[in-house]
Write a new protein. Structure first.
Ligand SMILES: NC(=O)c1ccc[n+]([C@@H]2O[C@H](COP(=O)([O-])OP(=O)(O)OC[C@H]3O[C@@H](n4cnc5c(N)ncnc54)[C@H](OP(=O)(O)O)[C@@H]3O)[C@@H](O)[C@H]2O)c1
Length: 300
């Protein structure tokens, strides 16, 4: 280790930053998917509502710009669902407009009752997104999990789906989610976790770590509520070592949790995508700094 690097890590430690994560500032931080070891970039993109647009050239050009910024910064994960109306089709349009499918990690969901209806919906999702293989197929809000997990497992064996997952978005469902994590052992879960909703820290995130399940985080800004909660106040001085904006402050709190694999903030704006991507770079808060961030947020 060079002297400069040692000094840098010592300063990082003094500031409460995580030394292991402080070093890799040139490329986006990646974390391993426990099942495979494949390393996933920590910032992805949610598409609920923001990709539910018509396929006009202007709307597709904006979504393409957003996805190109994601890929250009080393990101890859897009999260969608048949529940998000036109979003899967718009992802297909963005791929047709020139984004390379190979640069993307496509995560969608099955959200319907019944095995045949579920298989038909999964097939339709792949067609809309113009892909033969779906990287991650998640059971949306634990709807008919047993039947859909059977299909997902069969399709994984056939190479049509790479990873399985279960999702929910409320703390009230965490107990049910944990029961199903133990029963079905999915490759991924997706849950709500942010500075405004920290319940997942109590049991879901530790259980995911124990069972070796990758974790995607939805509602990282509580659907935008976190920005309203800080109400135009400036970032605290102590955060300036690792965040240039509130968006990065909120996202770094999430992705620095050891059990979290990737956060999926949604945005309709290319400049917000660029801002969010900044959270995948540079210093990451360690445990002491994470406590300070949470205390500061509560004091606002
Ligand atoms: N059950 C489930 O499986 C489930 C449930 C909920 C969510 N999800 C997934 O998780 C994703 C994220 O959750 P979410 O869509 O509920 O909300 P979110 O990501 O917590 O918040 C999105 C909001 O934040 C704003 N925003 C984004 N970046 C910003 C920035 N840098 N500065 C200021 N504002 C910013 C967006 O507005 P702009 O458009 O103006 O940027 C949008 O209003 C969803 O899109 C979906 O893919 C899954």
């Amino acid at each position: 280790m060079s002297c400069n690097r040692r000094e840098f890590l010592s300063v990082a430690a003094t500031l409460g930053l995580a030394p292991g994560l402080a070093a890799g500032s040139e490329s986006m931080l990646r974390k391993p998917i426990p099942k495979s070891g494949e390393r996933l970039p920590v910032i992805g993109l949610g598409t609920y509502s923001v990709f539910d647009v018509d396929s006009s050239p202007g709307e597709i050009a904006t979504r393409k710009d957003i996805v190109e910024r994601l890929v250009g910064a080393g990101g890859s994960l897009l999260d969608t669902s048949p529940m998000y109306n036109r979003s899967e089709r718009v992802i297909g349009d963005v791929i047709s407009a020139g984004v390379d499918r190979k640069d993307l990690f496509l995560a969608t969901k099955v959200w319907i009752d019944g095995q045949k209806a579920g298989a038909d919906q999964m097939q339709r999702s792949a067609e809309l997104m113009k892909t033969k293989v779906v990287d991650l197929m998640q059971v949306h809000n634990l709807r008919d999990t047993r039947l859909h997990m059977e299909t997902i497992r069969e399709w994984q064996a056939d190479g049509r789906i790479r990873y399985s997952g279960l999702t929910h978005y409320t703390a009230g469902a965490h107990a049910a989610l944990m029961r199903e994590m133990k029963e079905y052992r999915p490759d991924f879960i997706q849950i709500n976790y942010s500075l405004g909703e920290r319940e997942a820290e109590n049991a879901v995130l530790p259980l995911a770590g124990e069972l070796g399940i990758a974790v995607l985080i939805n509602r990282p800004f509580q659907a935008g509520r976190l920005f309203r909660a800080v109400g135009g106040k400036p970032l605290p001085d102590f955060a300036k070592e690792f965040a240039d904006s509130w968006g990065q402050f909120f996202l770094k709190f999430i992705v620095s949790h050891p059990a979290v694999t990737c956060a999926i903030p949604a945005t309709s704006k290319p400049h917000h995508m660029a801002d969010n991507l900044g959270a995948g770079f540079g210093n990451m808060p360690g445990p002491a700094m994470r406590r300070r961030m949470a205390e500061h947020f509560l004091s606002l």
